[in-house]
Design a protein around this ligand. Structure first.
Ligand SMILES: NC(=O)c1ccc[n+]([C@@H]2O[C@H](COP(=O)([O-])OP(=O)(O)OC[C@H]3O[C@@H](n4cnc5c(N)ncnc54)[C@H](O)[C@@H]3O)[C@@H](O)[C@H]2O)c1
Length: 427
């Protein structure tokens, strides 16, 4: 399988746009193809819209941004790229037809992955040339911030294709989850679908509004789910004996009418209730405004989880470690991975710190001149943390005071004194 320098996108709607933003940010060139020429403007807008949140996700040194180009010639795209991600509408016959056509133009060592939310890879690869390079790689919206990508092999998919795809997705900061066996809806959408059907029943039966049901998740289970899944959470619910006790205690409920997994009929009345309910929750805010809000908290949550090295935070931490290594190697400092990234590009010097929005750092620590050095410098790290919290940079004296106090051989890391001062509202 090839090293991925250029990613081809087939379909540039919500998901294609998200893939473009993520790949470009981590240094991969993108050739995006869509039947509709007007999608170019939409795509460029979507990529620009994602930039703010992506720039705040990590301050690790990044390779130079990838280049984006757009075409309506799907076959020309297929001839020029190293990896194709398909994101056209969720219709089996359409996907089968387009994948079969594209596979006759893309060289046989070019992997083709489908973003399908629930179609089976064995069905998608049916009419393809070299079907062993087709897999499902199901991402989550927004693709540029959520690391999960479900990888599913079809009957004809090769193990090598799955391994190579997993390496590529890791390279662009994702968490590939290999699904053992293809099933409609893969894993996550089956779980989401169960919740969704229950929501439709509860609204349909006038038990609750959409807002009340969203509150029932946001103030409780949703907070837990960012780092622990239902199974581990239920293990904790069983006290000292964990899951075994939990199952004994709540086992009888499984026979009670606590769920109706069959979906209700989607009547016009039910559709109106769902629309009116969610409009009330949006309270006049546009989709763009809500997306920005969502992106901001998704960045913040991942940064908190990084401190605990858990869930999506562990993925972010691993990505940053690799980025530091690549940057150090590029700066001539060695590094175990050599001077090339997984994508095959030379690991170039990091972008100017100004590009990430941290443009107020003070001399002599105001630039990422030495990529690995910045984060070894407590003063710069402190300023970056302040920037993330929307605080103005510290003056030189306050910085030096903090560093001197922190560095007096105590167990607290250098700069801890200033951090305490910041928490107390000083500085
Ligand atoms: N929206 C989500 O939250 C989400 C999440 C994960 C996966 N997915 C999956 O991703 C895929 C795309 O979903 P979306 O929400 O981005 O859809 P979308 O409607 O936003 O975008 C689809 C794009 O495909 C283009 N298109 C249609 N036919 C085409 C063709 N023959 N060749 C090239 N382009 C064509 C359209 O012009 C459009 O720009 C679907 O399979 C969906 O199940 C969606």
């Amino acid at each position: 399988m090839r090293q991925v320098r250029t990613l081809g996108l087939l379909g540039t709607g919500v998901i294609g746009g998200g893939w473009a933003a993520r790949a470009l940010h981590f240094g991969i060139d993108v050739i995006a193809a869509d039947l509709k020429p007007e999608m170019e403007q939409w795509l460029r807008g979507a990529v620009a819209n994602a930039e703010g949140a992506l720039a705040r996700l990590t301050f690790a040194p990044l390779p130079p941004k990838g280049r984006l180009s757009f075409t309506t010639d799907l076959q020309a795209m297929a001839r020029q790229v190293d990896f194709i991600q398909e994101n056209i509408p969720e219709q089996l016959e359409l996907k089968q037809r387009v994948l079969a056509d594209i596979s006759r133009h893309a060289p046989a060592d070019v992997l083709i992955a489908s973003s399908t939310s629930g179609l089976m890879p064995s069905d998608l690869q049916r009419d393809m040339a070299a079907p062993e390079r087709l897999l499902v790689a199901h991402p989550f919206n927004p693709v540029y911030l959520l690391p999960l990508v479900e990888l599913v092999a079809g009957r004809q998919t090769s193990a090598a294709a799955l391994d190579a795809a997993a390496r590529f997705y890791s390279y662009i900061g994702m968490h590939p989850l290999r699904v053992r066996r293809e099933v409609p809806g893969h894993l996550t959408d089956r779980l989401q679908e169960a919740l969704w059907r229950e929501i439709l029943h509860l609204v349909n039966d006038d038990v609750a509004t959409t807002g009340e049901l969203d509150d029932s998740i946001v103030y409780g289970p949703g907070l837990r789910w960012a780092a622990m899944g239902t199974n581990l959470i239920y293990h904790l619910a069983g006290g000292e004996t964990g899951m075994r006790h939990m199952l004994r205690q709540f086992g009888p409920c499984l026979k009670w009418p606590w769920t109706k997994l069959e979906a209700p009929e989607l009547t016009e009345g039910l559709i109106d209730k769902m629309v009116a309910g969610t409009q009330a929750e949006a309270a006049g805010r546009s989709i763009r405004e809500l997306e920005r809000l969502r992106d901001d908290y998704l960045v913040a949550i991942q940064q908190v989880l990084r401190e605990y090295n858990i869930g999506a935070g562990a993925t972010l931490r691993a990505l940053e470690e690799r980025l530091y290594e690549d940057a150090a190697a590029a700066a001539g400092g060695g590094g175990s991975r050599g001077r090339r990234g997984e994508c095959g590009r030379p690991a170039a010097a990091p972008r100017d710190v100004r590009a990430t929005g941290v443009d107020r750092l003070q001399r002599p620590h105001d630039r990422l001149a030495l990529p690995a050095g910045l984060w070894r410098c407590d003063r710069c790290a402190l300023q970056v943390r302040r920037h993330r919290r929307g605080l103005p940079p510290l003056g030189t004296r306050a910085l030096h005071r903090g560093n001197a106090r922190g560095a007096q051989g105590r167990s607290a890391p250098a700069g801890a004194a200033v951090r305490d001062q910041l928490r107390a509202g000083g500085g």
